[in-house]
Ligand binder design. Structure first.
Ligand code: ADP
Ligand code: MG
Length: 234
C-alpha cells in the first residue's frame, strides 16, 4: 500500500483579491520506507506540499491519503492525533525546547501522549540517543550543542513515537555542507533501521544526490520525478 497518495492536489491561498496557487494539480505516490527529496527554488511549493502531507493544511481541490486515511477529512483534533501517532517532524531551526536536556527533548512527545510506561520511555530514548550518536551528550541543553548535534537530537525526537513517516522541511538549511551531508545520511540510516519513510525538502544541490527519489517542483507543479538505487516505483 502506498504511504502517501495524492490525486490532482491543488492548494490556493487568498491574499486579498489575489489567488496564489502554491501547489497545482499534483499526482504523487510514495511507498513505505522511501527516502525522498522535494527540490525546487524558493516559492516552488515545497513547504505547502509537506504541510498538506503532514495534515497541517488542507488541499483546495484533490485527494490526499496518508497510510490509507483521507487526511483532508480530519477535523483539527483528529489531525493532531493522527500526526502524533504517525508523523514525525524535523525543522530548519531544530526547534528543541531550550529548558529540556537533549534526552528530555526526545522523550517529550511520549510524555505528551502518556501511552508508554516510564521504563519503556527511558529505554526508547536511550536507544535513539545511541542511534543518532548523541548518547554521550544526553544531559546537555540545546544551547550547549552545535547545530548539527541539535539536529541529531531533533531526528531522534521525530522517531520516538515510531512514525511511518518523517517530514523534514529544509532540515539542513542552517548547517554547513559537511554537517548537512551527515544529517541526511543519518536520516537515511534511520530509514533503514526503523523502516520509516523520510521526505525532506532542500534547495541545496549538493545533498540532493543522497535521495533515492527526487521530486522537482516549479511554480507549484511537479515537473520531474527521478529514482535511483534499490527502490523503483512507477
Ligand atoms: P517553498 O517552500 O518551495 O519555498 P512555499 O510552499 O512556501 O514554497 O510557497 C509556495 C507559494 O505559495 C509561494 O508563492 C508563497 O508565497 C505562497 N504561499 C505559501 N504560504 C502562503 C500563505 N500562507 N499565504 C499566502 N501565500 C502563501
Ligand atoms: Mg519552504
Amino acid at each position: 500500500m502506498p504511504l502517501v497518495e495524492m490525486d490532482k492536489v491543488s492548494k490556493m491561498y487568498r491574499l486579498g483579491a489575489v489567488e496564489v496557487w502554491a501547489v497545482r494539480d499534483i499526482d504523487l505516490h510514495i511507498e513505505e520506507g522511501s527516502f525522498v527529496a522535494f527540490v525546487g527554488p524558493s516559492g516552488s511549493g515545497k513547504t505547502t506540499l509537506l504541510n498538506l502531507i503532514g495534515c497541517l493544511d488542507k488541499p483546495t481541490t484533490g485527494r490526499i491519503r496518508v497510510g490509507g486515511f483521507d487526511v483532508a477529512a480530519f477535523d483539527r483534533t483528529q489531525a493532531a492525533q493522527f500526526r502524533g501517532k504517525n508523523i514525525g517532524f524535523v525543522f530548519q531551526n531544530f526547534n528543541l525546547v531550550p529548558v529540556l536536556t537533549a534526552a528530555e527533548n526526545v522523550e517529550y512527545p511520549l510524555i505528551m501522549v502518556q501511552t508508554r510506561p516510564e521504563p519503556e520511555r527511558q529505554k526508547r530514548v536511550a536507544d535513539l540517543m545511541e542511534a543518532v550518536g548523541m548518547a554521550g551528550r544526553k544531559d546537555q541543553f540545546p544551547d550547549q550543542l552545535s547545530g548539527g548535534q541539535q539536529q541529531r537530537v531533533a531526528v531522534a525526537r521525530a522517531l520516538v513515537s515510531r512514525p511511518k513517516l518523517v517530514l523534514a522541511d529544509e532540515p539542513t538549511a542552517n548547517l554547513d555542507h559537511d554537517t548537512a551531508y551527515s544529517i541526511i545520511n543519518l536520516m537515511k540510516k534511520m530509514r533503514a533501521d526503523f523502516n520509516t519513510a523520510f521526505i525532506f525538502s532542500t534547495h541545496d544541490p549538493r545533498i540532493i544526490g543522497e535521495a533515492e527519489i527526487v521530486i522537482t517542483l516549479e511554480d507549484g507543479r511537479l515537473v520531474s520525478r527521478e529514482e535511483s538505487g534499490r527502490r523503483v516505483h512507477a
